[in-house]
Design a protein. Structure first.
Length: 182
């Protein structure tokens, strides 16, 4: 079917298509607008999260609720707490320790926050492919690795506060208590 540029149907489609793009384009422009660097010279917190893009906004929102916006150093490694065990690569653990040391020394952080999440592909790949099918067991396994990370950090940096969290697929951020050292 061939319509002329003055065809009301074609104009309507173009207009509707254009109007549908505007909110997304405005959001992108607002979210991607560069912000000036803060004059603040120190961060208060070091945050370790997974690289999974599905959780970035939930984690940012959670950190803002904790009054940490623009006050933290961020490292993202596949598996978050799992990376401290050298999984999937030992280099990930070394990268974490190097970045934590720099954050501690240069930014004088007082706290470490680790954010693991539900349905993590690295946990499925390296620990158990069916892990996410049993939410209770999944949280238990994450609690084990978060606890290992907690005690390793505590041993190296006894003066730092350490908070552990498990983020669900529906963006609930659950605090995790470390398993006592045994």
């Amino acid at each position: 079917m061939n319509h002329s540029p003055n065809c009301p149907t074609c104009r309507g489609i173009k207009r509707r298509h254009f109007l549908g793009i505007i909110p997304g384009a405005l959001s992108l422009a607002i979210l991607s607008a560069p912000q000036p660097a803060l004059a603040e010279k120190t961060a208060t917190t070091f945050v370790l999260s997974c690289i999974d893009f599905r959780f970035i906004e939930a984690e940012r929102y959670f950190l803002s609720l904790k009054n940490l916006s623009n006050k933290y150093d961020l490292v993202a490694l596949a598996g978050a707490s799992l990376a401290l065990s050298g999984i999937p690569h030992q280099a990930d653990a070394q990268a974490f320790w190097d970045q934590l040391e720099l954050s501690y020394r240069l930014h004088h952080i007082q706290k470490v926050i680790i954010l693991d999440h539900q349905d993590c592909a690295i946990y499925a790949d390296k620990i158990d492919p069916e892990l996410s099918e049993n939410p209770e067991r999944e949280q238990e396994v994450h609690t084990e690795y978060l606890s290992r990370a907690y005690w390793e950090i505590r041993d190296r940096y006894p003066d730092l506060n350490i908070e552990l969290y498990f983020v669900t697929l529906n963006a609930e951020v659950k605090p995790i208590s470390p398993i006592p050292k045994g």
